[in-house]
Design a protein around this ligand. Structure first.
Ligand code: UGB
Length: 595
């Protein structure tokens, strides 16, 4: 009571709220006023921060926690009454006529788009010491994920504002205490990779309070009785942050129409963006989730139609750990298994969402951005009365459609995996244990997938490229294609790529080709070795003839070999740059490169 009288009005309010919500234990061991006053102030600062960063405040958090913990204890099935079935959506095949049309529409629509990167996760599964967006997507050019993403958005920006004054496509990045400083530093050190600093907004998500028991008593830090333990709340925070920051409204007022969400380490993603945005615009989807064929038990959610016995129905992601029990409980005794096609009948969610901004704001105005949450306590025993360690509420960004009315237009677009999805999530050891035939989702597979996609695309554009070799790195067998890379502005769409490749071209298996330029035209090129073309945007370069040299060879790197840099260890290989030909153009003009 003595402590109470000395509090500011705001501190008194939150104290009352805590006491009324069963949190008196927080103050149990507090010494009288005059002792630990700084710590007490820090305690209230943290409480006020937790209160203001959750839709509805800390009181709502505690109430939601009590409800979800009671449900969890009672074993309530979140899918009770729902029957799962395989939904139908748009399936696209790269290079087909409708794919090319969707790409064209998507590029036009990009003028009205904003992008949102969720990058608050630390990537515990990957075990990389840096932030994931700073990781090279591939080591031929050492372009990191964030650079690749930003350059892709800038390429879209340029292509979509053809002939008109250039609009700036905004990019919001959700960070957390774990990633914020290093993300900002990466941007600043690299001049925002070509974006205007004002084009990029960083939104930091706050962690949420941990819970000690079924009564949702907030957990104190064992080392500090003036500090609440906190943990990440999940990527679902992105909706509340976009809403409460006022960013959505600013985008809407600026005439934007689409918000595209994406994750931190998918080096293929932007190959699928133009076409999928085209699908959203053509089909007028309020929500469009990108998906790929899913292998049973793969750690990506399954897109499922859930039909309730009362007639309600929705198309929604069922997270990978919930799909198997849901199926078993609904008349599929084998659970999450492949069908005769060799894939799960449920398309795999790659958490790339395209939302139409108008209906999105309308919905968030009602919900404040709150997303349906879940809790996953690890109980000490079957009585479910106590936890092994504190727990917290979590939420996922793909659960956004769960609160939408049945009239909402919710769809999904399935793309080929080789084109759209190759995340870097698993460390070498875990990746090597992935069941045979399932994707590794490692730095090894992520990089090789980029070469594979670029090779397949050039093959479709008429370049002769041999079949890949199979090689093993860090215990993972992967297809090794020629190491072909290009800048996003060189090859934003298939039509653009086709317009830059002509005649009789071939690239041998051992080759490396890096196209660092925009107006680089490949005509009658025969490449057997390494060729690096580096040209400023206003240099138009025709590349042809026969290039032959000893090139870059691939050497194995063991992930345990601490004498190698971490970035190489996690992928299991490095390039030995034996010989290469470089073509560099730093002035505008027309050039022809013939060795
Ligand atoms: N992330 C945050 O920004 N904040 C957080 O608090 C947590 C994460 P994970 P996950 O497409 O591959 C998702 O951990 O959650 C960011 C989908 O749920 O890599 O296991 C983080 O930085 C799943 O359905 O993935 O699985 C990263 O960018 C499936 O689609 C992103 O959120 C799977 O991704 C994802 O975090 C997938």
């Amino acid at each position: 009571a003595d402590n109470f009288n000395l509090l500011s009005p705001q501190q008194q309010d939150v104290s009352k709220m805590l006491l009324e919500n069963g949190q008196s234990h927080l103050f149990n061991d507090w010494p009288p006023p005059g002792v630990d006053d700084d710590h007490k102030k820090a305690f209230f600062d943290q409480i006020i921060r937790l209160d203001s960063s959750y839709p509805g405040g800390l009181e709502a958090y505690i109430k939601n926690a009590k409800r979800l913990l009671a449900d969890s204890k009672a074993g309530v099935n979140p899918f009770d009454g729902f029957t799962p079935s395989v939904p139908t959506g748009e399936t696209l095949t790269f290079g087909e006529e409708n794919f090319i049309k969707f790409e064209e529409t998507g590029v036009q629509e990009a003028r009205k788009a904003a992008f949102v990167l969720v990058a608050g996760g630390l990537g515990e599964r990957l075990g990389y010491s840096g932030i994931k967006v700073a990781l090279p997507a591939e080591t031929t050019t050492e372009t990191c994920f964030l650079q690749n993403y930003i350059e892709s958005i800038l390429a879209l920006q340029e292509a979509s504002s053809q002939g008109e004054s250039q609009t700036q496509i905004p990019l919001a990045i959700m960070t957390s205490d774990d990633t914020h400083g290093r993300t900002l530093e990466l941007l600043e050190l690299n001049s925002y990779f070509g974006m205007e600093p004002t084009q990029v907004t960083l939104l930091k998500q706050e962690k949420v309070a941990c819970l000690d028991d079924n009564d949702a008593r907030l957990a104190l830090d064992p080392q500090n009785k003036y500090k609440i333990q906190t943990k990440p709340h999940g990527h679902g925070d992105v909706h509340a942050l976009l809403y409460s920051s006022g960013l959505l409204k600013a985008w809407y007022d600026a005439g934007l129409k689409w918000v595209l969400f994406f994750q931190d380490t998918n080096g293929l993603l932007f190959k699928a963006i133009p076409a999928s945005l085209g699908v959203s615009a053509t089909k007028q989807y309020h929500v469009n989730s990108l998906a790929v064929p899913r292998k049973a038990k793969e750690a990506i959610g399954g897109i499922t139609r859930l039909t309730h016995s009362d007639g309600r129905s929705m198309v929604i992601n069922v997270e990978y750990n919930q799909l198997d029990p849901l199926l078993r409980a609904s008349g599929y005794p084998d659970g999450d298994v492949n069908s005769e096609t060799g894939f799960s009948p449920f398309p795999g969610n790659i958490n790339q969402l395209i939302l139409e901004l108008g209906p999105y704001i309308e919905e968030l105005t009602k919900t404040g951005g709150a997303i349906q949450e879940f809790v996953n306590p690890k109980y000490k025993d079957a009585s479910k009365t106590s936890f092994k360690s504190s727990t917290r509420l979590e939420c996922m960004m793909q659960d956004y459609p769960k609160t939408l009315p049945p009239s909402a237009r919710v769809g999904f677009t399935v793309m080929e995996t080789w084109l759209a999805y190759a995340p870097v999530k698993n460390n070498a050891e875990d990746a090597a244990k992935v069941p045979k035939g399932n994707p590794y989702h490692s730095a090894t597979s992520g990089e090789m997938a980029i070469y594979r996609a670029n090779s397949i695309i050039l093959k479709k554009a008429g370049v002769q490229i041999p079949d890949p070799e199979l090689k093993v790195f860090n215990g993972q067998e992967v297809e090794v294609w020629p190491r072909i890379t290009w800048k996003p502005k060189w090859g934003l769409t298939y039509s653009l790529i086709k317009s830059k490749v002509s005649g009789n071209c071939s690239i041998s298996q051992n080759s490396t080709l890096a196209i660092k330029g925009q107006k680089v035209f490949i005509e009658n090129l025969s490449l057997d070795g390494a060729l690096i073309i580096d040209a400023v945007d206003d240099a138009e370069v025709n590349v042809g003839g026969s290039v032959k040299n000893n090139g870059w060879s691939i050497e194995n790197v063991n992930y345990k070999d601490t004498s190698e840099p971490e970035v190489l260890r996690i992928r299991g290989f490095k390039f030995n740059k034996v010989e290469q030909q470089e073509a560099k153009y730093s002035e505008p003009g027309k050039f022809s490169f013939k060795p």
